[in-house]
Write a protein that binds this ligand. Structure first.
Ligand code: KIV
Ligand code: NA
Length: 264
């Protein structure tokens, strides 16, 4: 099996072949998703939420993400590994974006970085691309800007649609190899997908994007509480794991584990 590289994603768009991306934050899970032939793994700053337990993605740093990225690279020899640039690591300008992305590339073996924003980060995308660092853009609802956007809500409705189209074109022209669109009306995401030559990756953006992405804990039922409308639960890993833990504790309590076959 050949490893996935950014050129293959461009080819899949040309061939009309849809592909999937999942987030991933550790070695064991990376092994499983690589075996499942998920072509692209994102070490998202959503690690802030699902790994570290923060309410938003704002607190996580490059230094906190680096060991997670390294673990995913080690566990997924075939996947294209995309590393999120977290809040505070690129907003100051192209120089800061370069310093952050170069650190990530030097220390992890990731194949691409992702950052949030459209027109406003075009200079950063151009500088990274010129340095040989493939960039995935992320527009629509951008969680690092949750305070400015006033909450978790659909973007690009009505007149705001023109800005979303402008953002999509701006990131393509700046050199992004793909663009995530989060919480965008399906029709608009479809229009943008047809307009762009680079692949679009939807999350809450309907069925007409070139690719889809979900946070793995959401899609596998490893999160608690209410999930967004765009999440489909493909498994209930959380209940499975809880029941395994309860059974283990119960067998230890009753003295039935370990049995002779588990003993030396
Ligand atoms: O950090 C993340 O998980 C993401 C995806 C949801 C696109 O940015
Ligand atoms: Na992210």
């Amino acid at each position: 099996r050949r490893p996935t590289r950014v050129q293959h994603l461009a080819q899949m768009k040309a061939d009309g072949e849809k592909w999937s991306m999942l987030t991933c934050y550790d070695y064991s899970t990376a092994r499983i998703f690589d075996a499942a032939e998920i072509p692209v793994l994102l070490v998202g700053d959503s690690a802030a939420n699902v790994v570290l337990g923060y309410d938003t993605t704002i607190p996580i740093t490059v230094d906190e993400l680096i060991p997670l990225i390294r673990a995913v690279v080690r566990g997924a020899p075939h996947a294209l590994v995309v590393a999120d640039l977290p809040f505070g690591s690129y907003e100051a300008g192209p120089q800061q974006a370069l310093e952050s992305a170069i650190k990530v590339f030097k220390e992890t073996g990731a194949h691409a970085v992702k950052l949030e924003g459209g027109e406003r980060v075009a200079d950063q995308i151009a500088a990274l691309t010129a340095a040989g660092i493939p960039v995935m853009a992320h527009i629509g609802f951008t969680p690092q800007s949750v305070n400015g956007l006033g909450g978790y809500r659909v973007q690009g409705r009505g007149d705001a649609g023109d800005q979303l189209v402008a953002d999509a074109i701006a990131v393509q022209e700046a050199g992004a190899f793909a663009v995530v669109m989060e919480m965008v009306p399906a029709d608009l995401a479809g229009q943008i997908t047809r307009k762009l030559t680079i692949p679009t990756v939807g999350i809450g953006a309907g069925n007409e994007t070139d690719a889809q992405v979900l946070v793995w804990q959401d899609m596998a039922g490893f999160t608690h509480g209410k999930t967004a409308k765009f999440v489909k639960r493909f498994a209930d890993i959380g209940s499975e794991l809880r029941s395994a833990a309860e059974q283990y504790a119960d067998e230890v309590r009753r003295g039935t584990f370990p049995a002779p076959e588990h003993s030396y």
